[in-house]
Design a binder for this molecule. Structure first.
Ligand code: FES
Length: 126
């Protein structure tokens, strides 16, 4: 049973929650509330983004490819050599491309914004 309201308005988010934003191939913005510790791929799939993640994070498919906004790209831990190799095989790769299965969310990533690669439109960033 919820406690009765004691203030004008409770903060909407829990302490450890963070929001990740996805820009779809059509340019729509989808915000997903999530928690640190999950991989970006899991959050994207949970938000309905069309990332197959076929190899489930084994860096053997590149179907989890996303394009990170430039400001966020600089803040992320760099890609490993294996990730870079797999990105070379991804369609529509840009200089801010990453494999979403290799991005573990932490509490500093509130507002992380990535684009889901499309097949027919130019990227909005990257
Ligand atoms: Fe296959 Fe990320 S899920 S490389």
């Amino acid at each position: 049973m919820p406690a009765s309201a004691s203030g004008p308005q409770r903060p909407r988010r829990e302490f450890n929650d963070l929001n990740v934003r996805f820009v779809t191939a059509n340019g729509d913005l989808v915000t997903a509330a999530t928690r640190p510790g999950l991989r970006l791929l899991e959050v994207a799939q949970g938000a309905g983004m069309p990332l197959e993640g076929t190899c489930e994070g084994q860096m053997a498919c590149s179907t989890c490819h996303v394009i990170v906004s430039p400001d966020w790209f600089e803040k992320l831990a760099p890609a490993s050599a294996d990730e870079e190799d797999m990105l070379d095989l991804a369609a529509g790769v840009t200089r801010t491309s990453r494999l979403s299965c290799q991005i573990a969310l932490d509490g500093e990533m509130d507002g992380l914004t990535v684009k889901i690669p499309g097949v027919s439109r130019d990227m909005q960033f990257g």
